[in-house]
Ligand binder design. Structure first.
Ligand SMILES: Nc1ncnc2c1ncn2[C@@H]1O[C@H](COP(=O)(O)OP(=O)(O)OP(=O)(O)O)[C@@H](O)[C@H]1O
Length: 810
């Protein structure tokens, strides 16, 4: 009996990968791969195409040998028990590689190669010999010619397949043949960022005039002292003022409105009944934020008669309808789904709503929800006819004051929520960053409001340009050559994982997230044992050099990988979000869909693999760490062309320091069992390239990811485009950073071919940036009542039933 390891990925489908578990499988000698090696001798220049094999076989096959000097590949594939094909491919020994000798370290394998070469030599000898005028040989020659012709045709047919993988054309790895570029960025060590105090010096929840049960519930989850924003906001909201609240990320803005809302509702006498309907609506930009906010309400609400519910895109509409029919007092919702129900669910009445909260208000606007919000406000106010987009536009052109008003004016004297008969609507807007858009939204949703800012000197010093980041976060930037991005990111994951608990890795597009998730979970988190011995000359070559190598793998990263983006279905998103929050150690690859408001208290590291589309996005991404006074670190990847980003951030009083990549890169030496850093980096890059080249699906993902990146890079805000300038980009280098060996044009053609085959009309959708993805779900048919439903990943995701046209005469 022989044993070998079978690995599988337990939750890849849901975007959650436990670092793969290993299972010993006992096999009989007959089925052991060693015993069933089969040589094939296809002399085919297209040997690099992936071989497909039936899933059930546990055979190893060394196939597709080519005598082509410049491009030899021996590849064997073993199908794992779970059906995941593992390639035990190699070898890439190129005369021009300049990466060392071309010897195979494995004796067995070199013997095999030699045997095969001899076979080919014989074969070619036969061809030469056939030059003699001998009828039998002539006949042989004809047969050979026919065979060659057939091979050629087969090769041609394969080549026309839309996925043509050119991996084995292994020209020398030019990873380090790069023109030296200067790092001219000058950081300002004396630059002083604007610092906000997180916690109040003195005030405790028990000092507030709120129900003692709320205080005790807060104490149970460890909250006794108020944060600065809570200290300033809660009394103002309790008094019934409209408020525009700005305070840094992670400063506790959610409780700043949750506490007064709950306190007001519990104080209503007689007690609220379910039939009293919705009293307060909280609008948030993302589904995850809706769930998170709901959860927080659940933690502090011990008043069993007060019902808190949520509505968000992707959920079952009928379940939500039933929830609304039964009666909800506090409703947390994403704007699209909320408006859908307002317009189409009869049981949902909004006439009792006396409090409206817009959390992450600027993001709501960024996502194009302005019109939806306006419509929601009108529905609440029972004023459906007055909507005049032109008037709103004109009004919104008022210039945003660089010094926001600090006047405390109010038309109400008590929190209208306390009085069920009140006809007043109290509105609260919150954000960590202020934009012109927020001022416009405030103008539209509130007649007058109190401006609350936790920055003490705001009246004197505040300028719209100043960005505030918790001072407990160490902000760094990493400068890499474009071609080095992939292995540098891998190195940073390897090294930071040792000290960090939870990492967010922000990427530009969903396709990038999908691709890197697949690559890292399958080809970084686990690697073959004894890989240091698998060398072809100087070059470390993984997979299949030794027959046992595919059987024994080891965990390289003892951490769980997750992915989250807007193109995932709601169930998977929910599961990933929950999983990442609960896990002890994890790496979340994500788009900006989780950049806002998401609270993972133990997150201590942020990596921005792509620059932010807007300056504010930088603040919010970094803000996923350093929450409520905790410490954290943040890294942004910049290329030499992008280094002016650092100076740009300094204009906003945000100061970054350069991170030396070398200590991180040395991790590669350990992992790749390679003494020299460059060789280790090349080995990892090759490992990735081979993995991508030999796996059709992964190759396709890499191509789509690259193409989506190129679109993403064209969508920076006008200000940031000075730094992230597409015209300065070397596309070929970026292709390398996706582990591809084709040219940019070839990649584009591959993707175009794929898309045209699949869903021609969805070409743009697939290549979309995450911003586009937000527009993803559906375009509901226009209804008279609806002005314009923003379709978004955060919108309802509902499909309206088309009303059947009445037949004339019925
Ligand atoms: N009084 C408090 N004492 C201790 N921790 C608190 C307190 N209030 C809130 N927190 C915690 O602070 C963290 C951040 O809170 P919250 O998510 O409300 O921040 P935020 O200001 O809304 O951030 P963002 O701008 O990123 O949305 C949460 O983990 C929350 O539980």
């Amino acid at each position: 009996m022989a044993s070998f390891d079978v690995t599988w990925n337990t939750k890849a489908a849901t975007g959650k990968a436990f670092v793969r578990k290993r299972k010993k499988v006992e096999t009989s000698d007959e089925s052991h791969p060693k015993k069933s090696i089969k040589l094939t001798n296809l002399k085919n220049e297209n040997h690099n195409l992936v071989n497909k094999k039936p899933q059930s076989t546990v055979k190893k096959k060394i196939g597709n040998l080519s005598t082509d000097k410049s491009s030899n590949l021996i590849r064997s594939q073993q199908t794992r028990k779970d059906g995941a094909t593992k390639n035990i491919n190699k070898i890439d020994h190129n005369k021009n590689s300049g990466l060392g000798t071309k010897k195979f370290p494995s004796k067995k394998l070199s013997e095999t190669t030699a045997t095969t070469s001899q076979h080919f030599e014989k074969h070619s000898e036969t061809q030469n010999f056939s030059m003699d005028v001998n009828p039998t040989e002539n006949f042989n020659q004809t047969l050979i010619k026919r065979k060659h012709k057939k091979d050629k045709l087969a090769a041609k047919a394969n080549a026309t397949d839309s996925v043509q993988i050119n991996a084995t054309k292994s020209e020398s790895h030019k990873l380090f043949n790069v023109i030296h570029k200067d790092v001219h960025v000058k950081t300002n060590p004396r630059g002083k960022p604007v610092v906000e105090q997180v916690f109040s010096d003195t005030q405790k929840f028990s000092d507030l005039e709120i129900h003692k049960y709320i205080v005790s519930n807060l104490a149970k989850i460890g909250f006794t002292t108020l944060t600065s924003v809570q200290e300033k906001s809660i009394p103002v909201i309790l008094k019934g003022y409209n408020a525009l609240i700005r305070s840094q990320t992670g400063s506790g803005k959610t409780l700043a409105y949750a506490v007064p809302i709950l306190d007001a509702l519990q104080s209503i006498n007689p007690r609220l009944q379910r039939s009293d309907g919705v009293q307060a609506i909280i609008i948030v930009p993302t589904r995850e934020l809706a769930l998170q906010t709901h959860e927080l309400f659940g933690k502090i609400n011990t008043f069993q008669w007060i019902v808190v519910g949520h509505l968000c895109g992707g959920e079952n509409r009928n379940t939500e309808k039933n929830r609304l029919r039964k009666g909800v007092h506090v409703l947390i919702a994403t704007p699209g789904r909320l408006l859908d129900h307002m317009l189409h669910t009869n049981a949902f009445k909004t006439d009792k709503v006396r409090c409206l909260v817009l959390d992450e208000a600027d993001r709501l606007l960024d996502m194009g929800f302005k019109k939806d919000i306006m419509r929601i406000v009108e529905e609440i106010d029972g004023n459906n006819t007055s909507y005049n987009p032109l008037a709103v536009l004109k009004a919104s052109h008022k210039k945003f004051d660089s010094e926001p008003e600090a006047v405390e004016t109010s038309s109400t004297e008590t929190f209208s929520l306390r009085d069920p008969k009140s006809k007043k609507r109290q509105t609260i807007l919150l954000s960590a960053t202020l934009t012109q858009g927020i001022a416009e939204l405030a103008d539209f949703t509130m007649k007058e409001h109190t401006y609350i800012d936790t920055l003490d000197e705001f009246t004197t010093n505040f300028s719209q340009d100043v960005m505030i980041i918790p001072n407990t976060v160490k902000q760094k930037f990493v400068i890499t050559h474009v071609k080095h991005r992939l292995f540098t990111l891998s190195a940073m994951l390897l090294s930071l994982e040792k000290t960090c608990s939870k990492m967010f890795v922000f990427m530009g597009t969903s396709a990038m997230v999908d691709f890197h998730y697949e690559l890292f979970t399958k080809h970084l988190a686990r690697m073959p044992l004894n890989r240091g011995r698998m060398k072809s000359g100087d070059v470390l070559v993984l997979e299949g050099m030794e027959e046992d190598s595919d059987e024994e793998e080891e965990d390289i990263l003892e951490v769980e990988f997750f992915k989250l983006h807007g193109s995932m279905d709601q169930k998977a998103r929910k599961e990933v979000f929950k999983g990442f929050r609960e896990v002890k150690k994890g790496i979340l690859l994500c788009t900006d869909v989780v950049a806002r408001g998401i609270d993972v208290p133990t997150a201590d590291c942020i990596i921005q693999y792509n620059g932010p589309l807007k300056i504010e996005d930088y603040i919010h991404r970094v803000g996923r760490t350093g929450r409520a006074g905790k410490s954290g670190s943040s890294y942004i990847f910049l290329t030499h062309e992008e280094q002016d980003f650092v100076a740009m951030m300094e204009e906003h009083k945000v100061y970054l320091k350069q991170e030396d990549t070398e200590p991180h890169l040395t991790e590669l030496c350990v992992v790749m069992e390679e003494e020299h850093l460059e060789k280790a980096a090349i080995a990892l890059q090759r490992h990735y390239e081979n993995a991508i080249a030999s796996n059709k699906e992964l190759h396709k993902m890499a191509c789509v990811a690259y193409t989506s990146w190129s679109r993403f890079y064209n969508t920076f805000s006008s200000k940031l485009r000075k730094v992230f300038d597409f015209k300065q980009v070397n596309l070929g280098h970026y292709v390398t950073s996706f582990g591809l060996k084709e040219t940019p044009t070839q990649v584009a053609n591959i993707v175009r071919g794929q898309m045209a085959k699949k869903e021609p009309q969805k070409l743009n959708r697939k290549l979309a940036t995450h911003e586009d993805e937000e527009q993803k779900q559906h375009t509901p048919p226009k209804k008279k009542k609806s002005i314009s439903l923003t379709t978004s990943e955060f919108s309802s995701g509902l499909n309206f039933e088309k009303k059947k046209k009445k037949k004339p005469g019925t």
